[in-house]
Design a protein around this ligand. Structure first.
Ligand SMILES: NC(=O)CC[C@H](N)C(=O)O
Length: 373
């Protein structure tokens, strides 16, 4: 019905082109939050976006432009990151805050809580419309999921990193940051949960995983991206169906620390003493990153039953990146009072377990939480 050859379509395309010409280089892109009030670019009220910088490769620097993988992370301060991408200013009123300057593998739970509280505090302000968090990519998926679970706001929260430092040939950080600001400033991202903008895609922070160590296409979700961001405009194709942010029962304003949760990686010929070490170190739950469908070697079943009977929670996840762990398949979870992590990888299961344990240690409740988030 709406053919490109129709007069109406041609008229519409002509009008959009004329508007773009009138706006010139400084015009707000189509993704900006507010529409023009009088049809001129000057009347566009830009959204306010705060960039919280935490370090990572996006703030990294190498000795030579050929160093795409050998460099030091967490070097460049937030003001320089923003100054390097002046195009963000056409999309939003942007200001930066340096929260940390670390490689993301060095994130502690205390820092995660501190970051979450700052995001929550800022999003309560009327003069903040969206948040971008620049972050190392190694644990970006944990931080994004944590914020998805605990920040009670519908406003966009975008976590972004890069795979190459800004000093490298074909550095990806500048475009990823521009895309992050675009999403944080967009109406379409409201209520979509925490998102991650890497390599032109908008990924759900809940679903996304880092899958490769080097290339810019490192981030992947088995359920697919939510959409794309291209030249200052967002294109959403899906929504997150899991509970998050406003529909979450967790609230960072009520959380001051996280209980310790350990992960044990499954393989052939495992060392049973590793579980004891985690319990002795204070782990309230152990995520078993089992083989296959979260399988547990026969010689370890009694060890895990024993740990559970003494109070530590056992959560079956899998080292296999895709698919999900089925309850009572491979092991009788009902009988042993274990929990399954559903489709969450071990690192994400650890985050959800820690957050859930701030409210309950009841295994039925924990299993409900693992189904719902
Ligand atoms: N690409 C990256 O950001 C990796 C750098 C570093 N290991 C970090 O996670 O911060």
């Amino acid at each position: 019905m709406f053919s490109c050859r129709s007069g109406a379509a041609l008229h519409l395309r002509g009008a959009i082109f004329a508007l773009a010409l009138a706006g010139g280089f400084g015009a707000a892109p189509l993704g900006a939050r507010e529409m023009p009030e009088s049809g001129t670019a000057a009347a566009v009220k830009k959204p306010n976006v705060v960039i919280l910088a935490t370090g990572g490769t996006i703030a990294g620097a190498g000795a030579d432009a050929a160093n795409s993988a050998t460099y030091t992370a967490a070097k460049v301060p937030v003001d320089k990151l923003i100054a390097a991408v002046p195009q963000v200013n056409t999309i939003a009123n942007v200001r930066g805050e340096q929260v940390f300057q670390i490689a993301s593998e060095s994130f502690t739970d205390a820092q995660l809580v501190q970051l979450g509280k700052r995001v929550s505090q800022l999003l309560k302000q009327d003069d903040v419309d969206g948040i971008v968090i620049t972050h190392g990519t190694d644990t970006l998926e944990e931080t994004a999921f944590f914020l998805d679970l605990v920040v009670k706001s519908d406003k966009p929260i975008v976590v972004v990193g890069s795979m190459r430092p800004g000093t490298a040939i074909s550095a990806d950080g500048a475009l990823n940051l521009l895309d992050a600001v675009t999403v944080a400033a967009s109406k379409e991202a409201i209520g979509q949960g925490v998102t991650v903008t890497m390599n032109d895609y908008i990924q759900s922070g809940r679903d996304v995983n880092k899958r490769t160590n080097i290339v810019p296409s490192a981030f992947y979700s088995q359920w697919g991206p939510l959409g794309m961001v291209v030249e200052g405009k967002t294109y959403f194709f899906r929504s997150l169906t899991k509970r998050h942010n406003m529909s979450s029962e967790f609230d960072i304003d009520q959380i001051d620390s996280l209980p310790l949760v350990g992960i044990v990686y499954g393989s052939g010929n495992m060392i049973p003493g590793v579980y004891d070490a985690e319990v002795q170190a204070g782990a309230k739950a152990i995520v078993n990153a089992g083989t296959g469908n979260g399988s547990v070697p026969g010689y370890l079943v009694d060890k895990l039953k024993d740990i559970r009977s003494k109070g530590t929670l056992v959560i079956r996840s899998s080292r296999v990146p895709d698919g999900f762990v089925l309850r009572n398949a491979e092991q009788p979870d009902d009988k042993y009072d274990w929990v399954v992590a559903h489709d969450l990888n071990p690192a994400k299961a650890k985050v959800l377990a820690a957050v859930a344990l701030t409210k309950t240690t009841d295994t039925k409740e924990l299993q409900r939480i693992f189904w719902e988030y």
